[in-house]
Design a protein around this ligand. Structure first.
Ligand SMILES: NC(=O)C1=CN([C@@H]2O[C@H](COP(=O)(O)OP(=O)(O)OC[C@H]3O[C@@H](n4cnc5c(N)ncnc54)[C@H](O)[C@@H]3O)[C@@H](O)[C@H]2O)C=CC1
Ligand SMILES: O=C(O)C(=O)COP(=O)(O)O
Length: 526
């Protein structure tokens, strides 16, 4: 039974779902990094929010970990490249808390415009300072949205309802989408110059880090108010403090901070600053949504192999997973086969899906072909990191799909090019679920992949098969199956022998020395 650790505070719904789906679950909230590191090796899955930092160090200790599920959106607390390198799938729940977070941004905008937190504190203190607080209207003001994705789009929609003029800076926002949601797409410079309120809704990345720095703040309108419900690192906090103290920025509402938990901060105590402790996603509704989604996604992956909302792997729906399963086995075997056949440095892989195979979601199949192919050539390759490794090494990967009018209803063919030549292998599924090789280097053959195999290319001459059989017999190697193929009588022939044990180097050398042998390769499959 797979085992999952919940290491941040999640709605109890998550535990119920894991149990219903046959996943064992432990809840340990507030672990220190060393404590998490000491126990993470026990778990197949980890469910987190923003508190748990899934660092390279933690991942190195996570020897059984297959998946990290973020009950929420931002994954800047997960080292995704390190997770990918270790084959750990990272998932988030991209929509569950977006309305809630957008509402928090709007609430923060009102709080700033009407100084509600300060007025509230003063009134509770019995001061009745009616003349001290003078707000500004939102009506007719320009709201600048930096990052107009899910949350930014919802904020824009609500702000338009408040009769604000919304302008957005987002290089990935299409003009069509901008028109659809009623915002004016602008450049950052323009936004900074025109906005009365600026709200941030980008992820924290190298490109967005410090997007509001001293230089950017200097370009803003005097009296601008700034709302950040995305990530603290988007604003250079010292620059914001200076701009507030200089009277240029009229106020800031911050839900997130560069260092969290933020228990002491130079901006704390400043009446122009409204602060909340990363509450953007904290509503009952959003927490139910994200807990339910993350538990379903993790359980689906660990139990059925379905991949939803993964940031480092192609998706596989729960419906597709059972259909894909025999193909995954076939694709991995074909990749592994050709990976052991090739000689020279890999340049390109072409994967052809024919017939039924062409109707499938082939992205995960291609990922597992690459895993099979690269596995014999390097350490620690898995389905998650294989496409990244291929890209890093400049190995061109091409997929083609075509309907098939040949002998087989379904075929997967892998053609690998190296600096020394080309090898190919083709397979099908017998009876819908049993992988079979049907062609090696364009020579037809019909064979099952077994743990120990011997591949021989030979001249098609009488007496060769007997000699090969005797050589194996003399070495006490038992033959399980013997498959032959040739393009034409007397032409190049191949034989694929399944044996009960590994063929050692000395025996391989004897086989290579047999007359008619062109090449002999030993193949192993885990
Ligand atoms: N305060 C809180 O509790 C919460 C905070 N968040 C934060 O909000 C962020 C946004 O969430 P979503 O809207 O769901 O994400 P999203 O992916 O739907 O939208 C992000 C938008 O930012 C844009 N973007 C990316 N790089 C950019 C750049 N360099 N300049 C301008 N725009 C850029 C993207 O094109 C995209 O449209 C999350 O990454 C997370 O960090 C999310 C939920 C709760
Ligand atoms: O979903 C996000 O990105 C959030 O920032 C929410 O964070 P939290 O789950 O409340 O720690």
């Amino acid at each position: 039974m797979p085992k999952v650790l919940i290491s941040d505070s999640l709605s109890p719904r998550a535990v119920e779902i894991f149990k219903e789906r046959g996943v064992e679950v432990d809840v340990k909230v507030g672990l220190k990094p060393d404590e998490l590191k000491a126990i993470i090796g026990e778990y197949d899955g980890l469910a987190i929010r923003s508190n748990t930092k899934v660092t390279k160090d933690i991942l190195a200790a996570a020897t059984n970990l297959k998946v990290v599920g973020r009950a929420g959106i931002g994954v800047d607390n997960v080292d995704i490249p390190a997770a990918t390198a270790r084959g750990v799938v990272v998932m988030n729940t991209p929509f569950g808390n977006s309305i809630t977070t957008a509402e928090h941004a709007i609430a923060m905008m009102f709080a700033l415009a009407r100084e509600i937190p300060a007025a509230n504190a003063s009134t509770h203190a019995g001061k009745w300072e009616k003349n001290r607080f003078m707000g500004v209207e939102l009506f007719g003001k320009v709201l600048g949205v930096i990052g107009c994705g899910n949350i930014g789009g919802i904020v824009a929609d609500r702000a338009i309802g408040l009769k604000m003029k919304v302008i957005a800076f987002d290089p990935f926002l299409s003009p069509e989408r901008a028109t659809e949601i009623g915002v004016e797409k602008v450049e950052l410079e323009d936004l900074l110059k025109r906005a009365d309120f600026i709200t941030l809704h980008t992820p924290l990345t190298e490109a967005t880090k410090g997007v509001l720095d001293a230089k950017a703040l200097a370009k803003t309108k005097k009296g601008v108010r700034i709302i950040n419900c995305a990530r603290g690192g988007l604003i250079v906090e010292e620059a914001l403090q200076a701009a507030i103290e200089a009277g240029h920025v009229a106020g800031a509402a911050l839900d997130v901070f560069a260092e969290e938990p933020a228990k002491a901060h130079p901006l704390f105590g400043n009446e122009k600053v409204v602060a909340t402790p990363h509450l953007g996603a904290s509503t009952t509704e959003a927490q139910e949504n994200v807990a339910l989604q993350v538990a379903e996604q993790l359980a689906d992956y660990l139990v059925n192999g379905a991949v939803v909302n993964a940031l480092n792997m192609p998706s596989v729906t729960a419906e597709e997973a059972p259909r894909l399963r025999p193909y995954m086995k076939l694709a991995e075997q074909l990749g592994g086969f050709v990976g052991q056949l090739i000689d020279g440095s890999l340049k390109g892989v072409a994967i052809e899906y024919e017939g039924q195979a062409a109707t499938l979601n082939t992205k995960p199949l291609t990922a597992i072909v690459l895993k099979g192919l690269l596995g014999p050539l390097m350490e620690s390759v898995n389905m998650v990191n294989a496409p990244v490794i291929a890209k890093e090494r400049d190995i061109k990967v091409a997929e083609t799909k075509r309907t098939n009018d040949g002998d087989y209803q379904t075929l997967v063919r892998i053609i690998v090019t190296t600096d020394k030549g080309t090898n190919s292998v083709t397979g099908t599924l017998f009876g819908g679920d049993k992988p079979r090789l049907v062609e090696i280097d364009e020579v037809p053959i019909e064979a099952e992949v077994t743990p120990f195999m011997l591949f021989v290319r030979n001249e098609d001459k009488p007496g060769f098969i007997g000699k090969l059989g005797t050589t194996l017999g003399n070495a006490s190697v038992n033959i399980a199956t013997f498959h032959l193929g040739r393009t034409a009588p007397g032409a190049n022939a191949i034989c694929l022998v399944s044996v009960d044990q590994k063929v050692d180097d000395a025996l391989l050398a004897t086989i290579r020395a047999l007359p008619s042998v062109v090449r002999a390769t030993e193949l192993t499959f885990a």
